[in-house]
Design a protein. Structure first.
Length: 430
């Protein structure tokens, strides 16, 4: 477990650094260009690359030692951030802050590479849990990983804005380079006892083993149903991803909204620590589905009235529940998928989930803007006042309630499905 804790601390440093620089770049880009389109393009490209690279990264994790993957991830990030720093020195902020300048997009793309490669480390971390942590403690280990994600979000939500505001992008790059170098040097000193790589004979020299990933999932009865449920969750999650900020910014100033996000992210840390302390019980898949119902109930309730305190309490509750669901999903996969195939399964899952949320987010935005919100600001407000009350953003509340009802129904069906019983038996006998 000491070795796992060392890997976890190293991952915390690497994740915080990547998120810190990525958030800072997004803030800086908007402040310099005043272009929502520029930040949207940047965010869209990031999600598409994560979706495309998930299976590639998963294949690399299965073919190499996990420590090697983590070293290369930190090395590529360090080189990318250093290159971006050199560009900043050579071209200066004036040339890099013009939206029509090709140097701006080359500069952003270099940082983007460093940020995307970090996802390879996260896939490796999931398989490292299987190597370093005994079966009975993996749920608690995954809870700690959830807390680390919460800490990273909390720290970066606050520090990125402060860093751009007080230090500027140049010194922000310096901080990122230093922290990434520290993570690189530290991971070289950590021992991960993997004397022999557990190779899948079918992997051969493939760089992106899509067939192998599909076969690995198909070989575990019920696993496709679990992954499709996760994708569906992310499709519904895309609704909240697209509309939570606009709703929050109607209730708070932009400065206060940032503070509220930082405060509510403490819930993510608390949920992860709860799992680390209590575990997930004997049936983590059942826990996953029940927690999904609970998060749906939060989504159903937290915008029923346009009250700031209700919204913040709801987001905090949602944050508390998310790491429990993530840990339950991880521990099931770590138990029922053979180690030699885990990289590709986790990578394929990451690709599917990364592609799912943006699809819904892009679809729900125009629907909300041009159809539902205008309707709910007119006759719809009176039609639904018995449920949603009155207010400026009853249209978004209507969408949240609808999405939550759908997710509760799907989770209930999943709990009664044959796939649920099959995977539960697999887990108990593995």
């Amino acid at each position: 477990m000491k070795k796992f804790y060392a890997v976890l601390v190293n991952t915390l440093i690497a994740n915080v650094t990547t998120s810190y620089l990525w958030f800072a770049l997004t803030f800086w880009l908007y402040l310099e260009t005043q272009s929502v389109m520029a930040t949207a393009i940047l965010g869209g490209i990031y999600m598409l690359l994560v979706a495309f690279c998930g299976l590639l990264f998963g294949t690399l994790v299965d073919k190499n030692r996990k420590k090697t993957i983590m070293v290369w991830s930190s090395l590529v990030s360090a080189v990318a951030y250093t290159t971006a720093g050199i560009m900043y020195l050579v071209f200066g902020e004036g040339m890099l802050s013009t939206i029509s300048s090709p140097f701006l997009w080359i500069f952003a793309a270099i940082i983007l590479v460093g940020a995307v490669v970090e996802n390879m480390r996260n896939i490796a971390l999931s398989t490292t849990v299987t190597i370093l942590v005994p079966k009975g403690k993996r749920d608690k280990a995954n809870g700690l990983i959830g807390s680390v994600s919460g800490v990273a979000f909390l720290v970066t939500s606050v520090l990125s804005g402060l860093s751009i505001g007080y230090l500027g992008l140049g010194w922000t790059l310096v901080v990122a380079i230093v922290l990434t170098t520290i993570a690189l040097v530290h991971i070289m000193t950590v021992q991960i006892p993997e004397k022999k790589i557990v190779h899948d004979p079918e992997l051969a020299e493939k760089h992106i083993d899509l067939k192998g990933a599909v076969r690995a999932i198909s070989d575990v009865p019920g696993l496709w149903a679990l992954l499709l449920f996760a994708v569906f969750n992310n499709l519904i999650g895309g609704v909240f991803m697209a509309l939570m900020d606009p709703y929050g910014l109607t209730l708070f100033s932009v400065q206060m909204w940032g503070i509220m996000l930082a405060i509510t992210s403490i819930g993510f840390i608390a949920g992860g620590l709860l799992v680390a302390k209590m575990g997930l019980g004997r049936r983590p898949l059942r826990t996953l589905l029940i927690v999904n119902m609970a998060t749906s109930l939060v989504g159903l309730l937290f915008t029923l009235r346009e009250w700031a305190w209700l919204y913040v309490v709801g987001i905090f509750g949602y944050m508390c529940l998310m790491p429990i669901a993530q840990a339950a999903e991880q521990v099931v996969l770590q138990r029922i998928v053979p180690l030699a195939r885990q990289g590709r399964v986790f990578g394929f899952k990451q690709s599917l989930e990364a592609a799912a949320a943006p699809i819904t987010a892009f679809a729900i935005g125009p629907l909300a803007q041009y159809v539902i919100i205008p309707y709910m600001r007119g006759q719809g407000e009176n039609d639904w006042a018995w449920l949603l009350g009155y207010g400026q953003m009853r249209g978004i509340a209507f969408i949240f309630v609808t999405a939550s009802i759908i997710l509760i129904a799907v989770s209930t069906l999943a709990l009664r499905s044959k796939a649920y019983r099959t995977i539960s038996r697999q887990y108990e006998t593995s």
